[in-house]
Design a protein around this ligand. Structure first.
Ligand code: SF4
Length: 65
């Protein structure tokens, strides 16, 4: 799994960091940063939860080819 974000779409709600603080952070403006682009298997459900929690649909979790 790979996490991809769209910083230009992020509205800095912080939902991703609250849902999965090990995977997501924020820059000085509160815009999402990815701490773990390739989450461990036991973190994949959290990554999915964070993507679902994002009000801007700015987080995508993708299976790696
Ligand atoms: S949940 Fe979405 S809008 Fe909120 S900080 Fe994370 S990426 Fe940005």
């Amino acid at each position: 799994m790979r996490i991809r974000t769209e910083p230009m779409a992020c509205i800095a709600s912080g939902a991703c960091r609250r849902t999965a603080p090990a995977l997501f952070g924020a820059d000085a403006d509160g815009v999402v940063t990815v701490l773990q682009p390739q989450p461990a298997p036991d973190q994949e459900a959290l990554a999915q939860d964070a993507a679902a929690a994002c009000p801007a649909a700015a987080i995508h979790v993708e299976d790696e080819a």
